[in-house]
Design a protein around this ligand. Sequence first.
Ligand SMILES: Nc1ncnc2c1ncn2[C@@H]1O[C@H](COP(=O)(O)OP(=O)(O)OP(=O)(O)O)[C@@H](O)[C@H]1O
Ligand SMILES: [Mg+2]
Length: 235
Amino acid sequence: MMLSVKNLEVSYGKLKAVWGVSLGVWNKEIVGLIGPNGAGKSSIVNSIIGFVKPDKGEIKFEGRDITNLSISSRIKAGISVVPEGRRIFPYLTVEENLLMGAVVGNWNKRREALEFVYNLFPQLRERKRNFASQLSGGEQQMLVIGRALMSRPKMVLIDEPTLGLAPKIVDQVYGIIKTIRDEEGITVLVADQNAEMVLKIADRAYVVENGRIVAEGPSEKLAHDPKIVSTYLGI
Ligand SMILES: Nc1ncnc2c1ncn2[C@@H]1O[C@H](COP(=O)(O)OP(=O)(O)OP(=O)(O)O)[C@@H](O)[C@H]1O
Ligand SMILES: [Mg+2]
């Protein structure tokens, strides 16, 4: 297991949002976290990267207990995150936005990371001197994914990457997520309300409801589970 989460519990004041969640991700897998609004997906993702401090539980990355590490130490260990909300720095250029994600110190490494991202997203190279605010929604999502890749992670956590985007752009963003894994070998944990899209590209998925995992399995299997179909794939 590259990432393992055991008995995770998260609360905000008196509200308990995550109730004993356990999950695992193997090296080079794409794993989905699906479930409705408020289910606890972001709370899980944010605990893994360290934005949120869990009440209980253990998080291991490549065998090492990272539960109490700082965010920057987790990034150094090889985890990166694309947080929910597609937050860019609108009045910085595309390139400046990307450089914000470079935690590696020296300029050569930053250049290398920029090249890596530009090769993956030629559109970002073309627009590197534009303000981020001038990009379309889909390009902004590309930018935040690119920014997360600037730390050259082994694993990337992607939270709600397609909320509010047009269907064609949703396909494009998921295409990018698949490329990151298929061509770069980066492990992906993706949280999204869009179960249909997640189950199309993920190897496996976990279904989160009310802070608990209520179903899990290979995407293929979940996509044919009558209960999942009626709740999440409702056609
Ligand atoms: N910072 C916070 N302070 C207080 N309550 C929070 C906070 N973040 C999340 N919650 C609450 O915790 C619960 C789980 O929320 P979370 O954001 O983890 O769900 P989610 O599955 O990511 O939802 P969405 O699909 O809308 O992104 C919800 O009841 C939410 O209102
Ligand atoms: Mg969320």
